[in-house]
Design a protein around this ligand. Structure first.
Ligand code: GLN
Length: 459
């Protein structure tokens, strides 16, 4: 895999940092344990993985795609990182992302965009475009992503790979740089459903280091995939969400979706239509809740604690004397345009006098969306929709139009607001563009087993 990275990553730019020596040491340790006759640490022992550069790994530079963290070396491992290590997974390096995971194309990275291996002139999705592209380009068989509004599922969709967002609280956020704490979730990515399930089982579980981590029984996603393979989908009720289709969805995406429904039916699933009337407000609510939380989370980048520190006025080179001036100059130089836009929006939405009108209303919408899901799950075991309304678009096409960029999250955001598990699996190529389409499968809270059982249809 290191050879493959050396050969193709100049074009793809999936990685921000390749940990060649460290990876070889980890691999040698797995080999030595095997030679000594020790049992494998996990089914994934010795398998290489690409880690999104928003999850910290001790001693390895972490940037979150931002200039403000340039040169920062984390002194500790995220819980996910230590779980991977304990499982014998070999971490190849850190993958590119939109700055602080804000974006849908990886073009907001301060270190240049990642390209889609299917067509190097197109976007690999975002924010986890680096992880998805690394899989699609065969630079790694496994990857870790984070999903706040779709950053695992939409990149998986447009690169023809698999990516799952676990139930909120199912995977520890300790050591994961926060975007919006009530939405962020770490999740597994791979080229096949089974590999994704194996990785899911390695990273999920309660963690006392994360106050939002939940207590639950072992999910055993792997077993669910085996059950799906062996037994098909007889007796499984699948709901098509009426509101997640139609306007804004590309014709080729809808055709592939219809074909996927036929596949599920062929395996014995019963298909029903469900309606979630409040989903039309999901995007608006998300783009108030997310900026509000991120404006608060990103206050920690204050030029004192981590990374970049600007000590002179950028205009005339004068030395800055007050802490406030250093902070303001550093944040001005270190954050990109999208990050600044969201910090300003969130600070405004949280200000006294506006809090109830904006943040408060958005939280009420969030409750209505949760209720829509509850009603839908009374009628169906899992819900489906396209994962992304469009296939991979050309680099540069939407970069100056934030609203057009936000619309890529149309199908993924409702699940994020409700905290349910959801994943994207490849459902074929769009007839109109010849590019990959992803099917989104959404389970009820802690219903990962149902979700993976249905996903097995797309192995
Ligand atoms: N594209 C969405 C956004 O920009 C999703 C981000 C994410 O899931 N990290 O907010």
């Amino acid at each position: 895999h290191l050879d493959r990275i050396a050969a193709v990553d100049g074009d793809v730019h999936a990685f921000l940092h390749v940990s060649g020596e460290l990876a070889l040491q980890q691999a040698a340790a797995v080999d030595a344990a095997r030679a000594a006759g020790e049992p494998a640490a996990s089914p994934l022992a010795g398998v290489p993985l690409a880690l999104k550069d928003i999850v910290v790994q001790q001693g390895v530079p972490t940037t979150a795609g931002s200039k403000i963290l340039e040169g920062w070396i984390p002194p500790y491992d995220a819980t996910v990182t230590s779980r991977l290590r304990d499982a014998g997974v070999v971490i190849l390096g850190k993958t590119n992302l939109d700055e602080f995971a804000m974006g849908s194309s990886t073009e907001n990275s301060a270190y240049g965009p990642t390209r889609n291996p299917w067509d190097l002139t197109r976007i690999p999705g975002g924010s986890g475009g680096g992880s998805a592209a690394a899989l699609a380009a065969f630079e790694a068989p496994l990857a870790i992503g984070t999903d706040t509004g779709g950053s695992i599922r939409q990149p998986a969709s447009v690169t023809g790979t698999v990516g799952a967002k676990p139930t909120y609280g199912g995977v520890s956020r300790y050591g994961v740089i926060a975007l919006a704490s009530s939405l962020d979730q770490v999740g597994p990515c791979a080229r096949t459903v089974m590999d994704t399930a194996l990785l899911h089982d390695v990273i999920s579980g309660h963690d006392p280091m994360d106050s939002t981590s939940i207590q639950f029984a072992y999910l055993n996603a792997t077993k669910a995939v085996e059950a799906g393979r062996a037994d098909g989908l007889q007796g499984v009720k699948i709901g098509i969400v009426k509101e997640l289709s139609g306007e804004g969805y590309q014709a080729g995406v809808m055709e592939s979706f219809t074909a996927a429904v036929a596949t599920l039916q062929g395996l014995g699933a019963e298909i029903v239509e469900v309606s979630c009337p409040h989903f039309r407000y999901a995007l608006a609510a998300y783009y108030l809740i997310l900026p509000s939380e991120c404006s608060s989370n990103l206050a920690r980048f204050d030029a004192m604690r981590y990374g970049l520190r600007t000590l002179a006025d950028v205009r005339d080179g004068h030395a800055l004397v007050s802490a406030e001036d250093v902070m303001s100059a550093t944040r001005g130089a270190g954050f990109g345009a999208e990050v600044k836009r969201r910090i300003m929006l969130g600070t405004y939405a949280l200000s006294a006098g506006y809090y109830d009108a904006y943040y408060g209303s958005a939280q009420k919408v969030r409750t209505l969306i949760r209720q829509d899901f509850e009603n839908a799950y009374a009628a169906a075991d899992v819900l489906i929709s396209p994962a992304s309304p469009v296939t991979a678009f050309p680099l540069g096409e939407k970069v100056d139009d934030p609203m057009a960029m936000y619309l890529n999250d149309l199908a993924t955001i409702p699940g994020s607001l409700a905290g349910i598990p959801a994943m994207s699996v490849p459902s074929g190529l769009a007839a109109d563009t010849g590019l990959p389409v992803g099917l989104q499968i959404m389970g009820p809270t802690l219903g990962e087993a149902q979700m993976y059982r249905v996903a097995a249809a797309f192995e």
